[in-house]
Design a protein around this ligand. Sequence first.
Ligand code: SRM
Ligand code: SF4
Length: 555
Amino acid sequence: MANVEGTQTAEEEIKRASDFLRGDLSADIENAEPNMASTSEHLLKFHGIYAQDNRDVRRERSLAGETLDYIFMVRVAIPGGKLNPDQWLALDQVASDLADGTIRLTTRQAVQFHGVVKKGLRPMAFELDAHLMTSFGACGDVVRNTVMCPDLLANGANARLVVMADHIARTFKPTTRAHWEIFVNGEKSASSEPDNEHDFYGTTYLPRKFKIAIASPHENCVDILAQDLGLIPATHNELGEGFNVVVAGGLGRSYAQPDTFARLADPLTFVTYAEVDDLIRAVLATFRDLGDRTNRRRARMKYIAADVGVDQFRREIEARLGHELRAPHALKFGAADDHLGWSNLSDGSAQLGIRVGAGRVSDRPDGKGLRTALRVIAQTLPVNFIITAQQDILITSISPNDRGSVESILARNAVRGVEELGNVERSALACPALPTCSQALGEAERKLPDVVALVQTQLDANGLSKRRLQLRMTGCPNGCARPAVAEVGIVGKTKNTYDLYLGGGPRGDRLASLYREKVKIDDLPSVLEPLFERWKNEGLEGEAFGDFFNRVETP
Ligand code: SRM
Ligand code: SF4
């Protein structure tokens, strides 16, 4: 099979001509302009940096004939979301010194900083590097931050599994030194030889992003079927420990392009630990060779599988692997665990999961809040942190003697415990959307508290307060908060209206279907009310809303 024919996108040539992701970045960063040239903007993404402008002031500045308020978003890749206190304190400091004073936890267990100015990019990269973190490879046409269920890190998990996210991050990160030359130490590589980049990346890297996650076999907090490649720990009767592998999931869609769609990953095979790297390499090579480089909207791996069919896609992977794949195992998922609240781990330590509304770690104007609480905890107690794929944070490795100290620091800073949260609020997700995201058609993160309150009120009015409901909201159909697999997905369509998707599974194993188009937020209660009433009256014992909707409304 050949690559998709046609004229390749401009981005492909930018990559090819960039000398392994250098381009004119150094010169562009140093000049006096507040923004970057568009070629550099594309390359910047590989370095974890997005050129943005503050959209709240875009119109008034344009009308006044002023330049846009140029800012940058920096995404820090954190494999498995694991951070030690030194790293958390460095992120906290960077948020104050170089960004907008907030730390944004992402749906892929990474961290984003918003409102960074061009002059701050190098100091930020330097600080991150000093604390063994980097934004390099957090964005761009490469393997993105590897996500991992926190349960796999605790409770006596096997030693190979604990380091799996780090291993994948290290093994599949581009090897070019460009980032360190340009952003960290400013020195041109001593050698004039070209970098020895991975074969599967070559000079044009992947057609687009590639996402890997590792799920718990018991619950699906990482939305494993939304990934390009998912690993689920399993034991084979004859071969022992390894992973069931799923491939070719992805959720992004574009209104402008009807041939884009959300797709759940398919089971591919079982591999042992010894085989997993080669399999990932073969899948990456398949994507590299067959992915659509003529149209970035269709340049995800899911479209190869959808276009050529799962069997042919499998044969393509086998051809690059050099042997046949084993038959896949049937998979079954439990409902996602949010990991919130206290739990005792098998090593005798305790863990506390704290809800972070839309992942935004910040303080209130009076200086109290989650950001201060986490800083004090990191400064004073020997703990660690894990960011979850639900945009929340876990404080881990808490000595039983320190539980009281953790609780009093949180209480002093008015951080609410899980028992104080409403059930909708507890699991709701929202993407950043306005004012930073260039692709946002409507609000998400800023509107989430209102939406949660409206839906919770509606549930309460129907006597359903105690029922869980998974609500996810995004400012556009790219689906960054994964609304396409949610029980209730609210997806920006225009400035003030949203498409409403219903019936995803709490297990993340079913796509939601479009229920109503162009709903105004204020009209949400009246749209949901009859469905909630039916759920109450006709729902089976313990039946989740998504399952109920799917049973009664889907033909
Ligand atoms: Fe995303 C683009 C934010 C997870 C699908 N995503 C963006 C950008 C960079 C906008 C842009 O291209 O200019 C957003 C930055 C906005 C801002 O101001 O911060 C953005 N995506 C996010 C985050 C921060 C959402 C969040 O609330 O946490 C997540 C960061 C993940 C990370 O740490 O790496 C985030 N994005 C996702 C997910 C969910 C996931 O990976 O589990 C998806 C759906 C899964 C998938 O990839 O199919 C997702 N983001 C997209 C897409 C659509 C891709 C496609 O297939 O068409 C875009 C658009 C693009 O890449 O051009 C996008
Ligand atoms: Fe931006 Fe759309 Fe992603 Fe929200 S879903 S962050 S609006 S790209």
